[in-house]
Design a protein around this ligand. Structure first.
Ligand code: SF4
Length: 696
């Protein structure tokens, strides 16, 4: 393998800051300690975590290293490179485990302009502080006058102090109060939310990080960068005026009348240097707070606060990719840039027959309520997934089934009511009373405290299939999937649309992760692949499903280290796109296979952390991932545990992991250049016996 061992002078800026809040000290670590063997972003953070943490550490302990890591494409002008990895032990995972998030915004790029590829933050300040990173200098500032502020208010105050060119990441009151579902928010409302990293910042008494930088980041090949800017994604460079609409139609299935002209929207990029405009920017929306009116940025789940009557819909080419119509992840559903379908596609008619999988009628359209709920989550700094998709749906289904009849929340339970949601989120954010304290522990822990059998497993009978008219789809009142996270593209609940080839792959990805993996590893597959795997039972015996999940996982690692973005990668009809991005940024030439191997390395190191700290093995992760598959998809198909087990066998084979334990084999560790990790696994008794587990 022609792997480069020296840190190139292009793409990287060469330094990582180690910041200790306890004694207010800063150490500089050369990026070359890690890269290019670990390419960047999450891969570097994973290596640091492996090196510096010990089993037994808790998410809110001062030792938990909270890391913000850019990639070599960040700030080079290569589209999508502006996104940044956030990693640490996660408080909202069940159990707490090493985890990752990924944010847009300008923070990562500014960090590099200030001279750092990343920062590692440990310790706990005695009083609330914020950090200022300014052209190589890192200083600690008293944040007592910011503590308690809402996220937008905090960002505005920091802008007043440090100027408009300063960008920040901040926490809101939810993070300060150690709510397990607290987010870290950028200046443009991008968030690292699902893992609860806002609580990690809160536990460190760290309110915000402000960055100013005037340096530059030199890419290796400017012409190549310019070419990538023209060829990646579906560039939307046309004028982008604000539209005044009389309908709320952010997605095909979220479409209802509003006051004339109530919706004022446009599309914007989420981060530095991107050529797409995936974020929906909505202006003059109703606020939950005294400012009365605010602006909001949406990319994904927030739109469900407006209406939830049908499954998440899809556009032609979203699940079934053809060469002429293949949309990335959720792109094109209307919340983001809506590319019209290519009508010369011979498969278009077939693609257009796909539709939302089921109807559930949870709450009707209400533009103001949707805006207020989104505003509450953003300003308190709380995860919208935990609130909108899990808590709100659980309250609706729990109430309809009678499970919540003795629950006194101080108001009638009604997630369709703006006033109720204000009351509820205030209770949670400020941990008011028994219920506020309980919900602040996140949905997974709340349900266990109340009693999982009744409060998690009671069956709701109100979801009806659109695909098999009249078919009732019985699912539990709690949309819980694995590791303390909720359903996401698992073919059930509010997302019954994806076919088995999709949801089986997404379940495998979830199995080997520590959180909902579908925010950066949405499944991608060709029309032929999806058609071949429409029978869930046969699909469990099809190695292509395992290979599809493997490709998704590898590409997810790539997105987190190169850095790239789920809404432009992977392009299954342009497989070496990320190689070209890496070369343009750094000059490192890698074949597709070499980049795959580098990503396998970081994924296996991630697995080693889980094996060392959390006893990760097949016996733990297979039943954890299986849960949603026992319930019917939109065609009424369920998957038996023994069928899923056969698919897991195939998946482990593809990774080079032992079928019995799920642990990487000696051959796999050596292939990935992780002999030192292998020795540690051997010492822990977690190296499988020497035999090939590959399918013969
Ligand atoms: S493709 Fe969209 S979501 Fe991804 S980095 Fe670009 S603007 Fe952001």
């Amino acid at each position: 393998m022609s792997e480069q061992t020296q840190l190139p002078q292009y793409g990287y800026v060469g330094k990582i800051a180690w910041i200790d809040l306890t004694d207010q000290s800063v150490k500089i670590i050369p990026t070359s300690n890690y890269a290019p063997k670990f390419i960047g972003g999450r891969a570097i953070a994973t290596k640091i975590y492996w090196d510096v943490t010990k089993p037994g550490m808790k998410a809110l302990d001062p030792e938990n290293p909270l890391m913000f890591m850019s990639g070599p494409t960040t700030a080079t002008g290569i589209p999508t490179g502006g996104r940044t990895s956030v990693c640490a032990m996660a408080p909202n995972n069940l159990p707490e485990q090493f985890c990752w998030g990924n944010i847009g915004g300008w923070f990562g790029a500014k960090l590099k302009f200030a001279g750092f590829d990343g920062v590692v933050i440990v310790g706990r300040a005695e009083i609330p502080v914020y950090l200022k990173i300014d052209d190589g200098e890192i200083t600690f500032h008293d944040a007592r006058n910011l503590w308690g502020t809402l996220t937008h208010d905090c960002q505005e105050k920091l802008s007043l102090i440090h100027g408009k060119e300063a960008v920040s990441v901040v926490i809101g009151p939810a993070g300060e109060n150690l709510c397990r579902n607290a987010s870290i928010n950028t200046s443009n409302d991008n968030v690292a939310a699902k893992a609860g990293f806002g609580a990690v910042m809160g536990s460190k008494n760290l309110k915000a990080i402000v960055v100013k930088g005037t340096g530059d980041v030199r890419p290796y090949d400017v012409d190549m960068v310019l070419k990538l800017r023209k060829t990646m994604g579906n560039p939307q460079r046309k004028a982008n005026p604000v539209e005044h609409l009389d309908r709320c139609a952010f997605r095909a299935h979220i479409n209802f009348e509003t006051e004339p002209g109530a919706v004022k929207k446009t599309n914007v990029s989420c981060s530095h240097g991107c050529n797409m405009r995936c974020n929906l920017f909505v202006l003059d929306t109703k606020s939950a707070f005294p400012r009365k009116v605010t602006n909001q940025v949406h990319k994904c789940i927030g739109v469900y606060a407006f209406q939830m009557t049908e499954d998440c819909g899809m556009s032609p080419g979203m699940f079934f990719h053809t060469e002429k119509n293949h949309n990335q992840a959720c792109l094109g559903q209307g919340a983001q840039v809506p590319p019209p379908p290519d009508t010369s596609d011979p498969y278009l008619e077939e693609l257009m027959t796909r539709r939302p999988g089921s109807t559930m009628n949870f709450w009707d359209g209400d533009y103001d309520r949707g805006n207020v709920i989104n505003d509450l989550c953003t300003q308190y700094g709380i995860d919208k997934w935990d609130v909108i998709v899990w808590l709100m749906t659980w309250l609706v289904m729990g109430k309809r089934t009678g499970v919540l009849e003795n629950m006194d929340l101080g108001m009638e339970i009604d997630p369709g009511s703006e006033e109720f949601m204000k009351h509820l989120l205030d209770m949670i954010t400020y941990r008011k009373g028994y219920w506020g304290n309980l919900f602040a522990e996140g949905m997974a822990r709340t349900i266990r405290t109340l009693g999982k059998q009744k409060y998690g497993e009671t069956i709701y009978k109100g979801i009806i299939s659109n695909v098999v008219p009249g078919l009732q789809l019985d699912i539990p009142i709690s949309f819980e999937s694995s590791w303390g996270h909720c359903f996401h593209w698992q073919g059930r609940g509010f997302q019954g649309s994806p076919p088995p080839g999709y949801y089986l792959s997404s379940t495998l990805m979830l199995m080997t992760n520590t959180r909902d993996a579908q925010t950066n590893s949405h499944v991608h597959g060709t029309l032929d692949y999806m058609k071949e795997t429409m029978d869930a039972h046969k699909a469990c015996l099809n190695r292509k499903v395992a290979e599809n999940a493997f490709m998704g996982e590898i590409k997810a690692e790539m997105k987190e280290c190169v850095t790239c973005c789920d809404l432009q990668s992977p392009q299954i009809f342009w497989p070496d796109m990320e190689c070209q991005m890496l070369e343009a940024a750094t000059g490192i030439k890698m074949t597709e296979e070499e980049l795959y191997l580098a990503c396998e390395r970081s994924k296996n190191l991630f697995r080693a952390i889980l094996m060392r700290d959390s006893d990760r093995c097949r016996a733990q992760e297979e039943p954890e991932a299986y849960r949603p598959l026992q319930y019917p998809d939109c065609e009424g198909q369920t998957v038996a545990p023994e069928e899923f087990a056969k698919l897991v066998d195939l998946y482990y084979d593809v990774w080079g992991w032992d079928r019995e334990t799920g642990w990487p084999t000696r051959e796999t560790w050596i292939r990935c250049g992780l002999e030192d990790v292998m020795e540690e696994m051997e010492r822990l008794g977690k190296l499988p016996p020497d035999k090939s587990s590959k399918e013969q």
